[in-house]
Design a protein around this ligand. Structure first.
Ligand SMILES: Nc1ncnc2c1ncn2[C@@H]1O[C@H](COP(=O)(O)OP(=O)(O)OP(=O)(O)O)[C@@H](O)[C@H]1O
Ligand SMILES: [Mg+2]
Length: 382
C-alpha cells in the first residue's frame, strides 16, 4: 500500500505508541514510536515526518517544551497533542504554542484517524503555500534582476553614445582647422595659430581617451590592480609640489595640513596620486585668481579622511547630485575652463569606492566647495 504519511508518536507509555501504530499502519501510514521527548526530537531530525502525536505530560522534557523544540526544528510539522489530563487549559496552551489539534485519552481509532487525516491535509496545504511563497519570491527576484539588467544596458548604451559624442567633437574641430588651411582660407601669418588650436584639440582628445581607459579599467571587475599598505600623505606632498606653480600663477594660497603618524591604507599608490591630482587640480582650476585652497588629511576612527576646500565658483545646489556623473560639467565651469573631460570626478569616486571608501561634496555657488573622501585604514593598524 502506498504510504500516505509518516507519523511519529512521542509518548512515555509504550502501549500507547503501539496502539497508535496498530490503528494507523493498516491505513497506509508509516509509524515510529519514541518514548521520551529527547528521542522524539532525534527521530524527527533523522526521519522525514509529516505529523507528530505528542503526549504533553511526559516526565523527562515536559511535552510543551518538546512541542516548542519540534516546531523550532520544522515550523511546518503538524503536532497533535494527546494526553490523559485533558484540561481546557492545556489544550489552549498547546494550541497557542502551535499545536494543530488536541485529542484526549482514551480515544478510538476513528477519532485518531480523523485528527491525523485533517492534520496531514493541513500539512499539505501549508507546504503548498510555502512553495507558492518561494516561487513568488523567486519570480519577484527574477523580475528585479531583469529590470536591473535592462537598466544597466540602458546606462551602457547611454555611456557609449556620450563617449562617441565626446570623441567626435575634437576630431571634427581638427578636421575643420586643417581644411581651412588646405583650402587656402588662412593667410600664412595666421596658419601657426590655427595649427596650435588643432594641436590643443588633439591633446584634449588624447586626455579624454586616457581618462576613458582609466575609467574602463577601474570599472572592470576582471582587472586587478596591485595593492599594498600605502601612505596617503606622501602622494599628497608630491601632487602639491607639482601643482604649486599652477596655484602661484593664479596667486592662490595653497595650504596643506597633514596629521602626524597617519596609518597606511590598502591601495595602489598611483590611484591615490590620481585621486589627489583630480581634486586639487579642480580646486585650482575652478577658483579665481587670489583665492584659497586648503588641503587637510586626518585620521577619523578606522579611516583616513582627506579634504580639499576652495573659495572658488562653487556648484549650484541643483547640480550637486550630478557632479560625480560621467562627462558632467557645470556651465560656469565650462565658461571658466573650456578644456575638461568631465571624467576627473568619476575617476576619483571610482578609486575611492574600489578601496571601500566614500567621497562627497559640499558647495555653495559663488563661495566655494569642499570635496571630502574617506578610506579605511589597513587592517593590522586598526
Ligand atoms: N572644486 C570645484 N569647484 C567647482 N566646481 C567643481 C569643482 N570640482 C569639480 N567641479 C565641477 O564638477 C565638474 C566635473 O569635474 P571633473 O573633474 O570630473 O571634470 P573637469 O574638471 O571638468 O574635467 P577634467 O577633470 O578632465 O579637467 C566640473 O566641470 C565642475 O563643473
Ligand atoms: Mg577635473
Amino acid at each position: 500500500m502506498e504510504r500516505t504519511g509518516n507519523i511519529l508518536v512521542i509518548d512515555d507509555d509504550p502501549e500507547m505508541g503501539e496502539a497508535c501504530r496498530q490503528a494507523l499502519e493498516p491505513h497506509g501510514f508509516h509509524v515510529e514510536v519514541a518514548t521520551d521527548g529527547g528521542e522524539g526530537l532525534r527521530k524527527l531530525k533523522e526521519g522525514n515526518f509529516d505529523l507528530v502525536l505528542l503526549d504533553v505530560m511526559m516526565p523527562d522534557v515536559h511535552g510543551m517544551e518538546t512541542l516548542e523544540r519540534l516546531r523550532e526544528y520544522d515550523p511546518d510539522i503538524v503536532c497533535i497533542i494527546i494526553t490523559g489530563y485533558a484540561t481546557v487549559d492545556l489544550a489552549v496552551q498547546a494550541i497557542k504554542k502551535g499545536a494543530y489539534d488536541f485529542i484526549a485519552k482514551p480515544f478510538d481509532t476513528d477519532t485518531l484517524l480523523l485528527a491525523v487525516n485533517q492534520g496531514l491535509e493541513k500539512r499539505r496545504c501549508s507546504l503548498e503555500a510555502k512553495r507558492l511563497r518561494e516561487l513568488e519570491e523567486r519570480a519577484r527576484r527574477l523580475a528585479w534582476e531583469k529590470e536591473e539588467l535592462e537598466r544597466l544596458e540602458r546606462v551602457k548604451s547611454q555611456f557609449t553614445l556620450l563617449v562617441v559624442h565626446e570623441l567626435r567633437a575634437p576630431v571634427a574641430a581638427i578636421q575643420s582647422y586643417l581644411k581651412l588651411i588646405l583650402e587656402g582660407y588662412v593667410p600664412p601669418e595666421r596658419q601657426m595659430e590655427i595649427i596650435k588650436r588643432a594641436e590643443q584639440r588633439a591633446r584634449d582628445q588624447l586626455e579624454l581617451i586616457s581618462d576613458l581607459l582609466d575609467l574602463a579599467r577601474l570599472r572592470d571587475p576582471e582587472v586587478r590592480f596591485p595593492t599594498a599598505p600605502t601612505d596617503v600623505a606622501e602622494p599628497l606632498r608630491e601632487v602639491v609640489e607639482m601643482m604649486r606653480t599652477k596655484a602661484e600663477e593664479k596667486h592662490q594660497t595653497l595650504t596643506v595640513n597633514i596629521a602626524p603618524d597617519l596609518p597606511p591604507v590598502i591601495a595602489n599608490t598611483d590611484h591615490i596620486r590620481q585621486l589627489w591630482t583630480n581634486l586639487i587640480s579642480n580646486a585650482i582650476k575652478y577658483t579665481p585668481n587670489g583665492g584659497r585652497i586648503d588641503v587637510t588629511l586626518v585620521r577619523d576612527g578606522n579611516q583616513v579622511r582627506g579634504a580639499v576646500r576652495d573659495t572658488g565658483i562653487g556648484i549650484p545646489a541643483e547640480h550637486l547630485d550630478r557632479i560625480f556623473d560621467d562627462f558632467f560639467r557645470t556651465d560656469a565651469a565650462k565658461k571658466m575652463a573650456a578644456h575638461g573631460t568631465g571624467l576627473g570626478l568619476s575617476i576619483a569616486k571610482r578609486i575611492v569606492e574600489n578601496y571601500g571608501g566614500n567621497i562627497s561634496v559640499e558647495s555653495i555657488e559663488g563661495q566655494g566647495s569642499t570635496f571630502t573622501f574617506s578610506l579605511p585604514i589597513a587592517e593590522e593598524n586598526k
